[in-house]
Design a protein around this ligand. Structure first.
Ligand code: 4AD
Ligand code: MG
Length: 433
């Protein structure tokens, strides 16, 4: 679409001469003869000065009606000005009010609850805009990484007749009179496809009926998942590490400005992008917790938030914990040949106390073992025939992982809550706006 309007960033690059800009009023102040309007568009903000004596009457009337978040078009002369918020100022020659904004409801230092109620408007804040830009890059980088590594993008159903990650977090939907569940993971429908495409990935919503009110749990989140034929357990961990490094590098390359707006210290991002992740077994984690952090966890208990946070903060880096006790992990994870009490499952624990960002595993290939474990969970193996068939016809070693995209964004941006990592968060307590 051809237009005379240019983005604020491009105008500042141009640096001099006449520019046509449009956007929203970020803030405004003034007197009877002069009005300062800071204009905002998707790219940046810029100060515009309207002098009554230098513009026609309609421009002046519109300028006076330009309040916070009103939309306007301006034509003016741009010049460098060290005192202006972004180093440039536009002397306005004409201004047109496009959409009035009367009584903008968000003021400074508002409570998080009010901001959450106003999320549809709060999206325009520089804070949220910075996060949304990084979010866009994160999604793009995930696609770029997987496609670059020879993966096919593949889609699985959201309505599913069986569970995969435990019954307690299932959302049930009335499906023409019968219950079905919203996807917790693509996995059971991804594994059959590796026999066709071998290396596949997706980014799709997953749903978990999480009753926990934490800074890490959403009921609807975006899940980046991958599945690979012929993969070893180590391959799965290597892919996960490479993916996170790739995404973090992209964000560092493209978003220095946004990271500054978010006051994010980038040293740790640099470290994650360039230094090998720490890898340890569950047994080693338990030992470290006991010896270095006076935390005793009984063998067989899952690492809780509190233990993950101790390791995370002590390591200051991503830690991949492997070989968990079988009884705390999903039915499809492969039993260790040397120790049937543990499985080839791994969790990637982020630094700075952001918890598990990736969960993955090598998959069990023994049909009978999967059946046993389903039965142990009170599941009827009959209902999993479509899945079990993958082990009947040309089974191969394989594995995969799932990454919580909002968890990753939350850590990259160092957010206080995961709710800020998604435009309209859904949690146990909130489905609006
Ligand atoms: O560890 P999870 O449950 O693993 C799976 O779903 C596997 N089937 C994935 C696979 O192997 N294909 O979930 C994977 C990741 C977690 O590590 C976490 O980052 C994220 O999904 N996650 C959530 N993110 C936000 N809110 C929630 N309630 C989440 N539950 C899991
Ligand atoms: Mg997990």
């Amino acid at each position: 679409m051809k237009t005379e309007f240019i983005a604020i960033k491009d105008a500042m690059r141009q640096g001099a001469g006449t520019v046509h800009l449009r956007g929203w009023c970020y803030r405004a102040r003034g007197s009877n003869a002069l009005r300062f309007i800071v204009l905002r568009d998707a790219t940046d903000i810029i100060q515009c000065v309207v002098e009554k004596a230098l513009v026609d009457e309609s421009s002046w009337t519109d300028a006076q009606k330009t309040d916070i978040e009103a939309s306007i078009e301006v034509v003016g002369e741009i010049a460098e000005d060290k005192r202006a918020p972004t180093g440039f100022e536009v002397k306005v020659k004409s201004l047109k009010l496009v959409g009035e904004s009367v009584g903008w409801p968000i003021q400074k230092d508002q409570s998080t609850e009010l901001l959450a109620d106003m999320k549809h408007l709060w999206l325009r804040s520089r804070y949220t805009t910075a996060i949304l830009k990084i979010r866009s890059t994160v999604f793009g980088a995930i696609h770029e990484y997987f496609r670059g590594a020879g993966f096919y993008e593949y889609q699985s159903p959201i309505f599913q007749a069986t569970q995969a990650e435990g019954g307690s977090t299932l959302f049930s939907v009335n499906y023409f009179g019968n219950p079905v569940y919203l996807a917790q993971t693509w996995q059971l429908y991804a594994e059959p496809a590796i026999f066709s495409l071998e290396k596949i990935y997706t980014i799709a919503p997953s749903f978990r009926a999480e009753k926990s009110k934490t800074s890490r749990h959403l009921t609807e989140y975006w899940h980046a998942e991958m599945e690979v034929a012929w993969a070893t357990f180590k391959d799965i961990q290597d892919y996960g590490e490479a993916l996170i490094k790739f995404v973090v590098k992209r964000v560092l390359e493209l978003h220095q400005e946004e990271l500054k707006i978010l006051e994010r210290d980038t040293k740790i991002l640099e470290k994650v992008a360039h230094e090998p992740f720490i890898r340890m077994t569950y047994d080693e984690a338990l030992q470290e917790l006991k010896e270095k952090h006076e935390t005793d966890l009984e063998w067989g208990e899952d690492l809780r938030t509190i233990e993950e946070d101790i390791l995370s903060k002590a390591h200051g880096h991503f830690t991949i914990v492997t070989n968990y006790p079988k009884k705390v992990k999903a039915f499809y994870m492969k039993e260790d040949e040397k120790n049937p009490e543990v499985v080839h499952g791994c969790d990637f624990i982020a630094p700075e106390g952001y918890g598990e960002i990736i969960g993955g595993s090598e998959r069990e290939s023994d049909l009978e073992k999967i059946k046993e474990r389903l039965i142990a969970q009170d599941e009827d193996p009959e209902r999993y025939t479509f899945y079990l068939d993958t082990r009947k016809y040309g089974s191969v070693p394989h594995g995969g992982f799932g990454m919580g995209v909002e968890r990753l964004i939350s850590w990259i941006c160092h957010l206080e809550t995961i709710k800020d990592a998604i435009p309209f968060p859904r949690t146990m307590l909130r489905v609006t706006p």
